[in-house]
Design a protein. Structure first.
Length: 256
């Protein structure tokens, strides 16, 4: 119940502080440290509340007709312990509302996932027939089933010596791209921006990269083309779009 009250308080603060028309409400004058503290507490709650989809996604505001005066009235009544609806009613309503928002969000993500998956498959079908591109079948277990997916790679620079295994730690420079509009590669991560360079191969969270590294000799540089099923699949991994095909340029410097 405490968390419910805190969430409701944050909701009201967000509107009370950021959504009021200037001609209806007086501007607060911070006269001392107590005023400043109270104001900053309200602003902190507002910042947290405004990150929620109900405020951050304009489609919710349009669909559910946010009425600022009613929200502010509820905020003030809650402070006076004089709300029109009891705790149980608020809890049930907010639970149902959150479930509705989650359902709508998941539906949007599914559309985005299907779109990105289709675009990725078309891109890989073009890549795999190019000269110098090699196919690498990768078997993975996910959700209790084992399946094999094909990724692809091109050798940019040959290395020499041994290849790493899952038990090895490697020093690796890489740049990761996601597939954007019109098959444009969008840079997402690079080791030149303080991204870690030393990994245990078995700890890598991208199955395609984990398998691809094991094809490389020390000193080699490869470009990997990794389908969504061997990358982040339907997981949210901001800023990488859900269901995105990945392209990774990797250079293997050392094996330990």
């Amino acid at each position: 119940m405490k968390s419910l009250r805190l969430a409701l308080f944050a909701l009201m603060c967000a509107i009370a502080i950021t959504g009021c028309e200037k001609n209806k409400y007086n501007k607060v004058v911070l006269r001392d440290k107590t005023d400043t503290l109270n104001y900053l507490v309200g602003a902190a709650f507002a910042e947290e509340a405004l990150s929620r989809p109900y405020f951050s996604d304009s489609s919710y505001a349009t669909k559910y007709d946010i009425k600022k005066e009613v929200i502010i009235r509820g905020f003030l009544d809650r402070f006076d312990k004089d709300v029109l609806e009891g705790d149980d009613a608020m809890k049930n309503f907010l639970k149902e509302f959150q479930e509705t928002m989650n359902d709508e969000k998941m539906a949007k993500l599914r559309v985005e996932y299907d779109k990105n998956l289709e675009a990725g498959n078309k891109y890989l079908n073009k890549i795999k027939v190019k000269d110098g591109v090699h196919e690498l079948p990768v078997e993975i277990s996910f959700n209790g089933t084992t399946q094999t997916y094909n990724m692809y790679y091109a050798v940019i620079k040959e290395g020499n010596g041994r290849k790493p295994t899952l038990d090895n730690t490697v020093t690796l420079d890489y740049t990761m791209y996601s597939l954007g509009e019109n098959e444009k590669l969008v840079e997402q991560l690079t080791t030149s921006n303080d991204v870690p360079r030393v990994f245990k191969v078995s700890d890598l969270d991208i199955d395609g990269l984990k398998s691809g590294i094991q094809q490389m000799n020390k000193g080699a540089k490869y470009r990997f083309f990794i389908p969504s099923e061997l990358a982040y699949r339907d997981q949210m991994n901001i800023p990488i779009p859900i269901g995105s095909t990945l392209v990774i340029d990797a250079e293997l410097h050392d094996i330990n």
